[in-house]
Every structure is written in structure tokens, then in C-alpha cells.
Design a protein around this ligand. Structure first.
Ligand code: G16
Length: 547
């Protein structure tokens, strides 16, 4: 029975002490907070990734160092399981426990407990692949991670500065290499080739689209989109904006997918750069979220969010399944969260099965796996489409009987290649949207008119302790603080078409409030009144009282 390499664990752990008084938590998308306190967390995540790999018989585990849509001074880290999906939720408590061990002795004790409880065979090999986004704090956090990987005796592979979805792709590609389920070559080039080849086949009979402007959020999406441009060639003209990755303070600042979704405005830096009728899209800081928009003839801004992407894509896939003659074998379903606009839920539920789950890609992903083809998108633009293994077999072996069936089948096969099925991927999703627009000959206007969004408003409230907020029913009902849900219900009743819910964020130290109503001014008012209730209930910083 092998033992933990205590000497190296202790020696290296001493170089990465845990700051006193801080409590860390593995949240919606891993650990995420101000970068300056994260050194010990990164070291310990390196160790944990090694243990997770040993537990899974030496399969490669991924580690992504990013804080995605958060401001530049934040950073974070999340673990990726062997098939490229988010860390199994049952391990999140282990991550939290390890990160909070105060001294090196406490840390070693936690590790020993973990190895024993989970019956981890320490003789197994361990492999970890890791990457980071462009944040200035990334390099030193990666070196803490490397110490952790070294301390547990794991083999590390540095994937450099890249997007979160490429790291997820690499994890699956490494673990399926040489098998019948091979996901593609385990390199960035393999990723680009897979996507661009599928895209070119899907649009080969269509006119070249008008150029698409991409707001890269001044993040890692910029250099990666620049590489994608080379692989796509003339098949897809792209114009990259907000690509200032080395300008201090620029990341996600007044640009990017989160800015567009929360303000429902064009990033000011794009003003004058998008012509009436032209469409554009925004990535977030690690390029896993996508938000589309266009300007109408009067230069009015229109946002096409994750819900609109789900509606566009799901309808397209349903049509292809039907045309290929596979509708009795392949059922398509959609997964959303409480943030989905009520109009989108209505539109989709009239056409196919729709489920609502808690926020967080991990929840949506697992729910989507229950469908033959599962389309999942959060309203914030985070999502993808999953083809179940059985569906992939059907697509591979089905023999069409007409030319129309054959063409539709070929499109489905190529979509299966185009879509990054490990996690939401802004660039893969962007190509998917462009394919559908090209096939339907839709501009932003036609796409937007699939249904009309109910006016809505999202606000953040800074409270003394967001952990006192607990929810149930896919986050649509508050169970704590006691009595608050009742007050919200009473308020909501006074608004025509009113709907509102409150939940603690898992990535920022805030409580989020969402509201909808049939008139914009009413949606705004409802959101701010509910935010006021939240604030009054819990007491917050007066400077942050919602106005
Ligand atoms: C992460 C998660 C998303 C989630 C978002 C906001 O996105 O992956 O599933 O919607 O955080 O979560 P919360 O409302 O709990 O803060 P990202 O793009 O920031 O990694």
C-alpha cells in the first residue's frame, strides 16, 4: 500500500500558506475570489487534481485558472473531469475542506482522511492538464498549481494561455485518444481543425455570410479567435474588437457577454463600429459565454441572448431530425434555468420538452444528458448541445432513403463535430449560430422575431452574508431568510406578467435578483423593489442599497 509523499507535500505546502480568516468555497464554477488570496487554493487544487486522477485510474484531470466574467483583479480555478465535464459535485466538498485547512498539519490530516474515505489507491499514476486565461495574476497562480501537482507526484501538462472550452476539449481528447470514442487530436490545432472542417462542410452550399464583429472582452478569446480566423479562411469573415489583452484593467470592462446581458446595451467601444442591420457578438473573459446582438435600421440595439440561441438552434435541429426521417428514434429536449425569459420558455415548451434546473453549467449539462439530443443554454449565453452516445451510433449507422434525408443526416453528423459537447464554448456556439442563420437565410431581425422577450431586469445586491440565502425548486423559491419569499410573492402579484426570484451568486459575493413584467418600466421597478426587500431584510452596505 503506497503512502502519501508527505515530505514533498509538507515542504511545498509550507511555500503556499493559507491566509488566516478567509473561508474558501468551491462554488458554481470552482473557487473564485480576489486573486491575491488564492495562492494556497491553487497549490491544494493541484494536489486534489492528482488524487482525483489516481481515483479514476490515472485518467487525465483538467484544471482551468480563470475568473471568467469577473473583474480583472479576481481569479479562480475549476476542475474538469475526464470526459471534459465539470468536477463531479460529490468532490466539491473535498475541495472546500482541503482549501480551508489552516496549517500544513491540518492540510495533511485532511489529505489522509480523503485518501482513506475515498479509498484512493496511491500506487496509481496521476495526470493533470492545465491552462489559464490572460489575467495578470494567472502566471503566479499557475506556478502554485504546478507545485501542488509536483507535491503529489502527478504528471502535469501545461496547455498555456487558452480558453476554458479548449481546456475541456483537451481533457476529453487526451482521455479518448486511440479509442473508438476519440474526440479529436489532443492539441489546440486539433480543436481548430475539428471545428473549422465541420463548419466549412455545413456552409458549403450557402452564400458567404456578412462579416461578424466579435467583442472579445479584452480576454483570451481574442488570441484564440485570431487563430480561428486562419482556419476558417474565407468561409467566415470575422472582425475582432476589444482585443487589448495586455491593457491593464481592460478585461471585461464595459464589454463582453456579461456586460451586454446585464446592461442590455452595446459595449460603448463598439459604438460607430457596427452598422445598422449588422450583427455582432460578445464573448466573456474565458470565452465560454456568447451573446449576440444587432442594430436595426434606426440603429436601435437588440440583444439575442442564450434563450434566443437555444430557440434558434433547437428548432433547426428538430427540423433536421425530422427531415432525415429519424424523429421516431431521436427526441430533442431543452434545459433552461429560472433566468430563462418567460417568453422563451413558452415558445420552446410549445414545441419540445423543456426542463428547468439550478444555475450552473454542471446542472444543465447533466439534465441535458437525459435527452437523445439535449440543448442547454443559460440566458447569460453559456450552453451547448449534447448528442447522447446512442444517438451518435444512430447517426453513424442510419441509412437514409432519399437525397433529402441524406443531406439532413450529413448536417446532423457535421453538427456533432462542430459543437463542443464538453461545455459551453462561445466560439463553437458562434459557428453553430452562423450555420443556422446561413441555412435559414435569417438576419438578426428574423431570428429575433421567433418570439418577443418579456421585459426583464437583473440586479445585484451586496449583503452582509449571502450564505443566509437558500433556495429550492430550481432556485425559484427562497426558503431562507424565513418570510422573505412571502413578501416577494405579495409584491409580484401587483405587477402584470410579474415574476421574480432571488438567489445567492456562486461566483460573486452578491445576491442576484431577477424580475420580469409585461412593461419594461414595471420590470425595472419590480426588480428594484425586490432588491430593496432583500437589502432591508439582511442589512447591507448603505452605498450599495439598490436605487
Ligand atoms: C459561471 C457558471 C455559469 C453561471 C455563472 C453565474 O459562469 O459556469 O453556469 O451561470 O457562473 O453564476 P452565479 O449566478 O452563481 O454567479 P462563468 O462564465 O462566470 O464561468
Amino acid at each position: 500500500m503506497a503512502l502519501l509523499p508527505l515530505e514533498s507535500l509538507r515542504r511545498l505546502a509550507e511555500l503556499h500558506p493559507k491566509p488566516a480568516t478567509i473561508h474558501f468555497q468551491y462554488g458554481t464554477a470552482g473557487f473564485r475570489t480576489i486573486a491575491s488570496v488564492l495562492d494556497s487554493v491553487l497549490f491544494r487544487v493541484g494536489v486534489l487534481a492528482g488524487l482525483r486522477s489516481k481515483k479514476l485510474d490515472g485518467k487525465t484531470i483538467g484544471v482551468m485558472v480563470t475568473a471568467s466574467h469577473n473583474p480583472e483583479q479576481d481569479n479562480g480555478v475549476k476542475l474538469v473531469d475526464p470526459r471534459g465535464e465539470m468536477l463531479d459535485t460529490s468532490w466539491e466538498i473535498h475541495a472546500t475542506a482541503l482549501s480551508n485547512a489552516q496549517t500544513t498539519d491540518d492540510f495533511v490530516r485532511e489529505l489522509e482522511k480523503l485518501v482513506q474515505t475515498l479509498k484512493i489507491d496511491l500506487t496509481k499514476p496521476a495526470r493533470v492538464v492545465y491552462a489559464r486565461d490572460t489575467r495578470p495574476s494567472g502566471a503566479s497562480l499557475v506556478s502554485a498549481l504546478q507545485d501542488g501537482i509536483k507535491a503529489i507526484g502527478a504528471e502535469g501538462r501545461d496547455a498555456g494561455v487558452t480558453t476554458t472550452p479548449i481546456l475541456h476539449y483537451l481533457v476529453r481528447a487526451i482521455n479518448t485518444k486511440g479509442t473508438k470514442d476519440s474526440y479529436g487530436d489532443d492539441s489546440e490545432e486539433g480543436y481548430f481543425l475539428k471545428l473549422s472542417n465541420a463548419f466549412k462542410k455545413l456552409v458549403s452550399t450557402r452564400d458567404t455570410p456578412q462579416p461578424l464583429t466579435i467583442d472579445c472582452a479584452n480576454g483570451v478569446g481574442a488570441p484564440i479567435a485570431a487563430k480561428l480566423v486562419e482556419y476558417l479562411g474565407a468561409s467566415m469573415p470575422l472582425v475582432l474588437e476589444n482585443a487589448f489583452v495586455t491593457t491593464p484593467g481592460a478585461l471585461n470592462n464595459a464589454c463582453g457577454a456579461d456586460y451586454v446581458k446585464t446592461t442590455q446595451k452595446l459595449p460603448p467601444s463598439l459604438s460607430g463600429r457596427l452598422q445598422p442591420g449588422q450583427r455582432g457578438c460578445s464573448l466573456d473573459g474565458d470565452a465560454d459565454r456568447l451573446m449576440y446582438f444587432y442594430l436595426d435600421e434606426r440603429s436601435q440595439f437588440h440583444m439575442l441572448d442564450g434563450d434566443k440561441i437555444a430557440a434558434l438552434v433547437a428548432a433547426f435541429i428538430v427540423d433536421l431530425v425530422k427531415t432525415s426521417g429519424l424523429d421516431s428514434q431521436i427526441k430533442v429536449g431543452v434545459v433552461q434555468t429560472a433566468y430563462a425569459n418567460g417568453a422563451s420558455t413558452k415558445y420552446l415548451s410549445e414545441r419540445l420538452p423543456v426542463r428547468c434546473v439550478s444555475t450552473g453549467v454542471k446542472h444543465l449539462h447533466h439534465a441535458a444528458e437525459h435527452y437523445n439530443i439535449g440543448v442547454y443554454f443559460e440566458a447569460n449565453g453559456h450552453g451547448t448541445v449534447l448528442f447522447s452516445p446512442a444517438t451518435q451510433d444512430v447517426l453513424a449507422t442510419y441509412e437514409p432513403s432519399t437525397p433529402a434525408q441524406s443531406t439532413a443526416l450529413e448536417h446532423l453528423r457535421n453538427l456533432n463535430q462542430l459543437i463542443n459537447q464538453t461545455v459551453g464554448d462561445a466560439l463553437s456556439d458562434m459557428l453553430l449560430v452562423e450555420v443556422v442563420l446561413a441555412h435559414k437565410a435569417y438576419s438578426g431581425i428574423e431570428w429575433d422575431s421567433l418570439y418577443v422577450d418579456l421585459p426583464n431586469r437583473l440586479v445585484k445586491v451586496v449583503v452582509a452574508d449571502r450564505n443566509q440565502f437558500r433556495t429550492e425548486d430550481a432556485e425559484r423559491q427562497l426558503v431562507s431568510p424565513a418570510g422573505l419569499q412571502q413578501k416577494i410573492n405579495e409584491l409580484v402579484q401587483r405587477y402584470d406578467g410579474g415574476r421574480s426570484f432571488v438567489r445567492p451568486s456562486g461566483t460573486e459575493d452578491v445576491v442576484r435578483v431577477y424580475a420580469e413584467a409585461s412593461i419594461k418600466a414595471q420590470a425595472d421597478e419590480l426588480a428594484f423593489r425586490v432588491a430593496g426587500l432583500v437589502y432591508d431584510e439582511t442589512g447591507g452596505n448603505p452605498a450599495t442599497r439598490p436605487k
